[in-house]
Design a protein around this ligand. Structure first.
Ligand code: ZN
Length: 465
């Protein structure tokens, strides 16, 4: 009999990690990093809840680090099987992991300078670029729709989840000789309003469904309202000369924003604003997006026009800032500027420098376009914090904070229900990747409308299939 142990993203939205055990094999579904703790290092220094060398295979749904970020450490600590991901995720992971390793290197250089000054022993970063290379060698890409026997008892298939490029819904067939059970993991399901990607593919059969529930308690506002709100923010900032800061994941959100800003530019609604993508990683990710544009939702007529022009032609006021010097020069930039930088939840990265320099100005606007997990600086700002602690300094929050939910890369409540409705007959459902209130609201709705059996596992719970 097969079982699943919930090691992460159970009643929380980050750190996805589920251990599936059959009679002979152990498969790790997701190996993500937890975000939102005050000390990022703690997460890496914590031992895994299982022995990495006992895992036979890893399956990753998409390239976001809260789903994939612990793989280099898993390999370093003894995992020596294969990591399966979709073909495009396989193309994105080298960018993600190398960026993460260089961020870690600078974090640890800073930490070691502090330790040295205190007369203490220096410490090694949790993993290095060399460890990343070893992890990348272990990854195999599989195209959407292809069924692959990954172990004698286990087959998998990826379907397009429409969340970011390469994101997948994972179908797993587990055969213990006597019978076959099918597990479907929704991964992160896309928002049907996303401009570049297709809607999540529907799946019809499952014995058990692991369903994400990030927005299990609410629907996004209509897209047109959100676009209008965005236009108004840009207009206000244009007339006051304030900067607009947009914390965004380099993968997915940033490319969607280029699309929307291009649309506003062509409508003549960008004014004199220039747009800066302040992320060396986003440049490389945008290249991957261009390389795989055949996967985009090409039925969309707005998009057909877009693709014939390319990113920079679509948005001529776009500048990528790659070096640290270029990034710092943005602080001195006096004209209107829209700065898009990571990390998406303000847990690190260049956005922190921009927040530190601009959060205390009344004319600054901070626009949140993605989910802000409990415990992150992003969540504190969305909740109206009046002070923010950034790199050891207390910064007064005078800026205007906006949340544009329809730009989210996650399905809203109705979209989750509509996607789940395709399963016939009813699967057993475990809700994952959500905060408790959102999960309970979704559980209640599924119970009311579909009369399905829904559980909300806690960290460490074991469910048999
Ligand atoms: Zn994601």
């Amino acid at each position: 009999m097969a079982s699943i142990t919930f090691h992460g993203a159970a009643q929380q939205v980050t750190g996805s990690c589920y251990l599936i055990e059959t009679q002979q094999h152990r498969i790790l579904l997701e190996c993500g990093i937890r975000q939102g703790s005050d000390r990022r290092e703690d997460e890496y220094e914590r031992p895994f809840d299982f022995d990495p060398s006992s895992i036979d295979a890893v399956v990753i749904s998409h390239a976001h680090l809260d789903h994939s970020g612990m793989v280099p450490l898993l390999v370093k600590r003894g995992f020596n099987g294969t990591v399966y991901a979709s073909t495009v995720t396989h193309g994105l992971l080298p960018i993600m992991y190398r960026d993460a390793a260089s961020l870690l290197r600078s974090d640890y250089e800073r930490k070691n300078r502090r330790l040295l000054r205190a007369g203490k022993k220096q410490v090694e970063p949790p993993y290095t670029l060399e460890d990343v290379d070893l992890a990348l060698d272990a990854i195999t890409g599989i195209d959407y729709g292809r069924t692959e026997q990954i172990l004698p008892e286990v087959k998998i298939r990826f379907r397009d989840a429409g969340h970011i490029l390469g994101s997948a819904i994972v179908e797993l067939w587990l055969n213990d000789g006597a019978r076959e059970r099918k597990l479907v993991f929704s991964g992160d399901l896309g928002n049907n309003c996303a401009p570049l990607l297709s809607d999540p593919e529907s799946v019809k059969e499952a014995d058990m469904l692991l369903l994400e529930s990030t927005y299990g308690d609410r629907n996004h506002r209509p897209l047109e309202d959100t676009l209008e709100e965005f236009r108004e923010v840009i207009e206000t900032a244009s007339s006051s000369g304030g900067k607009i800061l947009i914390p965004a994941f380099a993968v997915g959100r940033t490319q969607d924003l280029i699309y929307w800003l291009g649309q506003l530019f062509h409508e003549g609604r960008l004014g004199s604003q220039r747009v800066f993508i302040d992320s060396p990683m986003a440049i490389r990710v945008s290249d991957v997006y261009e390389r795989y544009h055949n996967l985009f939702n090409r039925d969309d007529p707005r998009f057909r026009k877009f693709m014939t022009q390319g990113w920079e032609n679509w948005l001529p006021v776009l500048t990528y800032t790659e070096s640290v010097e270029e990034s710092m020069a943005l602080n001195r930039f006096k004209e209107g500027a829209i700065i898009i930088a990571g990390s998406g939840m303000c847990t690190g990265g260049r956005i922190l420098h921009h927040l530190k320099h601009n959060l205390w100005h009344r004319k600054t606007h901070v626009v949140f376009v993605g989910y802000q997990a409990e415990g992150t600086l992003g969540r504190k700002l969305v909740n109206g914090a009046s002070m923010a602690r950034i790199y050891g300094d207390d910064i007064a929050v005078k800026a205007q904070i906006h949340t544009l939910g329809s730009f989210s890369a996650h399905a809203g409540q109705d979209q989750l229900i509509d996607w789940a409705r395709h399963f016939q007959p009813a699967p057993r459902v475990c809700l994952v990747h959500g905060e408790p209130d959102a999960m309970r609201a979704l559980q209640h709705r599924i119970d009311n409308e579909l009369q399905w059996d829904v559980t909300i596992p806690e960290i460490g719970d074991v469910v048999t299939l």
